[in-house]
Structures are given as C-alpha cells and as structure tokens.
Design a protein around this ligand. Structure first.
Ligand SMILES: [Mg+2]
Length: 286
C-alpha cells in the first residue's frame, strides 16, 4: 500500500482513534499528517448513542479538530433505510435520545402503541427495560404486524482497561429470544448501505479509500464488502491471536500496531499483508 494512492481515509472511533476519554497513541499525529497530505478524513462509528455533533466535539476536545459533516454513524444509515424502505411507518425505537432525535428530525412517526407499530428498531440502549421489551413483544409477537431491524451489529462497545458495555446485539437477542422474530436488517458497518450514504455525501471512491478500524467483523468486513482497502489497528478489540483465528474473509490488507504506523514512508517494514489474499492483489497494493 502506498499512501499516495489513497484519497480518502475512513477512521473508526472507539478503539481506533480513542478509547474512553483519551486519544490513542499516534492518533492525533496521524490525522494531522493525513490532512496535511490532502487526504479526505471521515470518522465512522457504529455507536448510535451520540449525535455527529457530539463526536465532532469530543474529537476536537481530544486534539483532533472535526466537523459534524465529517462524522457518519449507524444512526444516519438507519434513518435513511426507514425513509426509503418504510416511508410513513409507525416506528418504535429501542434506543437512546440521539436515535429518537434523528428519527423525529426526519419526520418519522414515533409510536409506542403495539397495535400501530410497523417497525421496531433495536439499538444500543442503556435505558432498556421490561416495558420496552413488552412493547416490542406485543408489536412483533401478539399483533404480528411489525418488522424488526437493528441500528448496528455490535455485541459490546469497548472501554478502557478491557471493559465494555453491552451494545445493540444484546438488545436484538432479547427481542428475538421472546418473539422468535428474526432481525431482517442491520445498519452501520459492515453493511454496504452505510458506504453508499458516505459516498453520496462526500464523493469518495471505494477503491482509493482506506478503512481503518479495530474490529474484524465490522470495520474490516466493511472494507471487504465495499471494495475499500482494510487496515486493522491493534489498539482496540482485536489482538494477534484473534486475527490468526479469524476466517480468511475477515483478514485485513494491512495490520498496524498503532495508527501512526501508517505514516512510515514508502512501504513500512512492519506492514503485514494478509496471506489469504488472491494472487496479484498484494502487488497491486504494495
Ligand atoms: Mg472500534
């Protein structure tokens, strides 16, 4: 991979740019250098508990000035799906205020009457309770009219010290366990719809875009699903043992110990290429 050929860089946030309230080693210097080199920087998180404005403010606070227009989350992809696939639907969101706000701002009918609900949206919701589960159960199982989708597929959100918080997959599993209803669409990474939305907004071209993240099943699969170059950074969820055990389809094109490994001129000595790549691909990218 020669950085010269890269026009855009999509950066995951949790575990890639920062962890908790601290920028990860090399993150500030990397984003600054990429911008100085004329690269388009995009921040992309599956975490639906914050507005783009919140992420931009946090990045700026941590030393990486960011504009809300540079931030894309699973929330925007979710709202876009609702508007295009189920326009006029009565929606019951199991999520935090930013999900409600994003739906309301888009003119979506928010509803907690199970007899009227057309769509239940499962999300990362730290206010999840039995009442919400009962409403979803009644809409999906008793009235048998609603459909079920989820904002993002993540099992947990990583925190400093190896801790974390249960994420959307745990809420989706609770709903599925009591209703038997399968979740029919999940937004955010690794779904290609999110990249379509980012490309529409920014004009990026997948083949000249580097996707950097710490999670194989979302960030790296997102790169593979959309024709981007995928770089795994080992500052978050994934360690070398997990990488070695992962299915070939989830292997990244590049492995970075830390974000600023990316800045080493020419071909970094410590750049590693997935040995599962088809013949020719490595040469094309190296
Ligand atoms: Mg991450």
């Amino acid at each position: 991979m020669i950085l010269d050929e890269i026009e855009s860089v999509i950066l995951d946030l949790d575990g890639t740019v920062y962890l908790g309230e601290a920028a990860l080693p090399g993150a500030i210097r990397t984003v600054t250098a990429l911008r100085d080199a004329g690269k388009r920087i995009i921040f992309c998180s599956n975490n639906p508990t914050k507005h783009p404005e919140d992420y931009a403010a946090k990045l700026t606070r941590l030393g990486i000035p960011a504009d809300p227009a540079e931030v894309f989350t699973s929330l925007a992809a979710t709202v876009r799906w609702v508007l295009t696939t189920m326009p006029g639907a009565a929606v019951f969101p199991i999520g935090e205020q930013p999900l409600h706000d994003a739906l309301t701002a888009a003119g979506v009918d928010i509803c907690d009457d199970p007899a009227r609900i057309d769509l239940v949206i499962s999300s990362y919701d730290r206010t999840f309770d039995y009442r919400k589960l009962q409403i979803a159960f009644d809409a999906l199982w008793f009235h048998r009219r609603a459909r079920l989708v989820a904002t993002n597929p993540d099992r947990f959100c990583p925190f400093p010290g190896g801790r974390g918080e249960p994420d959307a997959a745990s809420i989706t599993a609770a709903i599925n366990a009591c209703t038997g209803v399968a979740c029919e669409a999940v937004f955010g990474k690794p779904e290609a719809g999110l990249l379509d939305m980012i490309a529409d907004a920014t004009g990026l071209v997948p083949a000249t875009t580097l996707m950097i993240g710490d999670r194989l099943s979302t960030d790296i699969r997102f790169a593979h699903n959309t024709g981007m170059i995928g770089a795994l950074v080992l500052t978050g969820e994934t360690d070398r043992a997990m990488l070695a055990a992962a299915p070939a389809a989830d292997h990244p094109h590049v492995v970075l110990e830390r974000l600023d490994d990316l800045l080493v001129a020419a071909l970094p000595a410590d750049t590693e290429f997935a040995d599962t790549e088809p013949a020719g691909t490595q040469a094309d990218r190296s």
